[in-house]
Design a protein around this ligand. Sequence first.
Ligand SMILES: Nc1ncnc2c1ncn2[C@@H]1O[C@H](COP(=O)(O)OP(=O)(O)O)[C@@H](O)[C@H]1O
Ligand SMILES: [Mg+2]
Length: 373
Amino acid sequence: MSLVGGQSGVFFEAIKNFLGPIYPLLLDDKITEVLINGPNDIFVEIGGKLQRSSAKFETDDDLMAAVNAIAQSVGRRINDDEPRLDARLPDGSRVHVVIPPCARNGATVAIRKFFKKKITFKQYIQWKAITQDAANFLEICMFLGKNVLVSGGTGSGKTTLLGLLCSRIPKGQRVIVIEDASELTIEYEHVVRFETRMADEQGHGEVSMQDLLKSSLRLRPDRIIVGEVRGAEGFELIQAMNTGHKGCLGTIHSNSPADALVRLEALAMGGDNKISEKALQYSIASAIDIVIQISRLSDGSRRITHISEIRGLDAEYNYMVTPIYELKSLVRAPDGTMRGDIEPLGELPSFIDEIEDNKIPFPRSKFFSKKAS
Ligand SMILES: Nc1ncnc2c1ncn2[C@@H]1O[C@H](COP(=O)(O)OP(=O)(O)O)[C@@H](O)[C@H]1O
Ligand SMILES: [Mg+2]
């Protein structure tokens, strides 16, 4: 009956009387997100799709009681002075709240549930999120210590894919993971995990991603994993990648591999570092080896749409982004699901020699489409 093992069941049970109509939604395993737009307007996400729930709070006060109970349960408060709350619940779920008068619909809440469910590459292939060959190629990238950026929109599956990639880090390394809120499921022997801390009410004590990245570099990392690059820490990550830390990974919010690099550039520029634009572009182009693009499709499924190699800058300082695998065509089946596989485009990765020197059984033919031959 509990959501993710015993813990969250117990947690929600304790404030059950305040949660009212959303209590069953929080315990329902099929529901991945609960979105409240005022007392009478509640939506849930099931199977990647949003739908209206029949659950309603009777009054604004009842909804506020639920919001207050959630805030208090994590030792925080929400009121006129602080009308916004961003918190992580003990079970790993994320909650964000905005209350009136800023929220015009009434208290507005998003609860993104956390599933500790282990996802394997095998399942990923069954879900058609990737093909076997492309999955093997990603494993090779992990084995060879390529620096990889996972790019996608909100809820597209970036963190899930990052966890999968981590599971393919060769044995015997020291992995340091830095996140805003600890959510990455990572199966690995030697892992050090860091989580940022927000400033207190007086504005003291903030520990940012950038701070933690600086510390990580002094803690003998073999691999640095940044949950989501969303600020000036982008700069340190690029520096880390360029100073001999092979196999660093991170996710970034972006709609295409090329955009991901431009976004990384903008984030890295946002800090107080003094680097020229061109030098930064050069650093990014040499730091990042592979960008994996993932998307949430209209049928609610998540798929990898591009695995692209970054091959430096051209004469005009544009990133040279070469797709190795790409989802070229998608068709909607009569049942509404989207069909189509990511395909090789006939481009050998620049590190093909490394693959062959390591005697990895992945012949060159895997980079050529069967359809074309
Ligand atoms: N390939 C996939 N197919 C179906 N569901 C997926 C897939 N990858 C992730 N999910 C689910 O999608 C939701 C969002 O995934 P998450 O990795 O947290 O996305 P992001 O980090 O991009 O916001 C989770 O509930 C996750 O279990
Ligand atoms: Mg994420």
